[in-house]
Design a protein around this ligand. Sequence first.
Ligand code: URA
Ligand code: SF4
Length: 245
Amino acid sequence: MPLSREQMLVEMGISPLWMLREPVSSETPEPVAVAAPVAPATPAQPVLPAPIAPPGAVAEFDWPALLAGIADCRACELCKQRRQVVPGVGDRNPDWLFIGEGPGAEEDARGEPFVGQAGRLLDAMLEALGMTRGNKVYIANAVKCRPPNNRTPEAAEMAACRPWLERQIVLLKPRVIVLLGKAAAHTILGNDSALAAMRGKRFEYAGIPVAVTYHPAYLLRNQFDKGKAWEDLLFARRLLRSGNT
Ligand code: URA
Ligand code: SF4
C-alpha cells in the first residue's frame, strides 16, 4: 500500500513544519525555504576532470545498442556472478538522475535498480519531492552487475563500467544529478572526500550540476541523518531550478 503523505514524512524523518514551508504539490517554482540550516553552496567548485570518452563505438550508441552492449558486457569480474545486468530505469528524458552504487540481490533478480529496502526509502524520498520513479526521474548505478555479497564495487570495476554510465548521461541529458553515496561520487567526480564534506556543494559533470548525498542503505542504518538527506535533495532541487543547466 502506498504510504500516506504523513507516513512518508515520518519515514523520511521530516517534521510537518518542513512540508508546510515547502508544499509537495507546489506547481510554481518558488525559492525554496529550508527549515534547517544548509551549508551554503560554494559557488566555484573546482572544475572536474572531463568525462573519459567511452571507448570506440559506445560514444555512438543509441538506447537499444547501449542496452544490448551492457547485457553482453564482460569488461570486469562482476559479470561472472550476475543473474542479469541492471542498466537503469526511468524516464529517458529526465530532470533528475540518481546514481547509486550497484545492484543488490533483489535488483539482480529483477533487473531493476533500487527495488529492495533501500529502494523503498529512495521512493519515499522521491515522493517527498512530489516525484515518482519513471516520471522525470531516471535511476542508475555506478556498476551494472551485482558485486558478490553486496560488497562495495572496486575502483577498477567502476572504471570498467563507467563508459556505460557516461553514455547514459549523454543520452539522458538530466538537469541535475544526485550521487547517492561514496561509490557514485568516486566514479562521477573522481572525489574520495568524506561524504559529509561533499554535501551541500555544487559539483559539475559535463556541464550538469551535481549534488552528493547519503546512500539510502546508509540512511536505513543511520535514521538521524535522514533530515540531512532531505536538505541535500532540496539543495539539488535548487540547483535544478537555478536553470544553469
Ligand atoms: N543499492 C544501490 O546502490 N543500488 C541499487 O540498485 C540497490 C541498492
Ligand atoms: Fe560490464 Fe559493468 Fe557488468 Fe563490469 S559491472 S561486467 S563493466 S556491465
